[in-house]
Ligand binder design. Sequence first.
Ligand code: HEC
Ligand code: HEC
Length: 281
Amino acid sequence: MKKLLSTVACGIVAMTMGQAAFADPDMSAKLVIDGTEIPTHAKGQPGGPLDELYSGWLFRSAETRALQLDDFDNPAFVFVEDAEAMFDKVEGSEGKSCSSCHEVGDFKGLRPVLPRWNEAKGKLYSMENYINDCRTERMGAEKWKWSKPKMTSMVALISLQSRGMPINVATDGPVADIYKQGKELYYTRVGQLDMACSNCHEDNYGNMIRADHLSQGQINGFPTYRLKNAKLNSIHARFKGCMKNIRAQPYGQGSPEFQALELYVASRGNGLSVEAPSVRN
Ligand code: HEC
Ligand code: HEC
């Protein structure tokens, strides 16, 4: 316990003292992919927690940022190609593939509005829920696990169709209570380190924590390829990682808690551009 507390103390010191030892993130860097600029700044929502919204891309090193500037260099595109092949693959008892019913380009505009209320199901839907409904109810195929490669690859392919479009998630109407729950989760201190998401991603973005610049913890770039684990990472897997880092018991991936948190985090980034699939360290 003593050891743990001293690790905690070191972490906090690194966070507050780090600025002097490391360069500030380059907030004027431009994200131009194949000649198209994707804005990485946006105005915060009136009355929202952040005056200015910044993509997590800005907070990464020049080398990591460079990997996202060209789809050829972006290691996430190997998984996007896998998903393109899966999209045409017949699976399940109904003898259908995704492309029996969909053109992938028709999903343009979907990423920015998710998660959202599904009236027929009476619950909040993330992209993963829609994909699994089609697999089980329309293809007679097995569900995919929330954060396993097949799912994250398909989510990347579908999200890519909306690249450059502003996030525009609804927070009122039938999702109003879930939004409130997500917001509460975001500002509640948890875990042995007794920290809330906001303590790092609102109070300290731009500052260093260990060897990392803290970002605002936005999700416009998800799924994201991490150099650390060399695969695509889902939004919920990232939430889990952050909860583990503060020694809190993470909620399940696909759980109502993480979906509520996803809704809050997405909406707090309303106005930022879809950047999926992004690259992070
Ligand atoms: C038998 C036809 C069929 C197959 C096969 C199918 N889907 Fe669907 N899909 C639908 C229908 C119908 C909807 C609901 C459309 C609506 O309600 O607007 C839908 C909805 C979706 C949505 C939500 C779209 C939106 O705008 O709300 C996604 C994402 C999706 N499908 C992905 C997939 C993927 C990925 C596959 C393959 C793994 C797949 N679908 C296979 C028919 C199909
Ligand atoms: C102790 C500080 C800390 C806390 C508390 C924390 N995180 Fe993080 N988080 C990090 C670090 C470090 C990273 C990696 C660098 C970055 O993007 O900030 C990160 C990254 C993220 C990212 C990825 C951002 C991107 O652009 O790739 C998201 C999303 C995120 N956190 C959400 C959360 C949520 C939700 C919570 C609360 C459950 C939370 N974090 C709590 C430290 C923290």
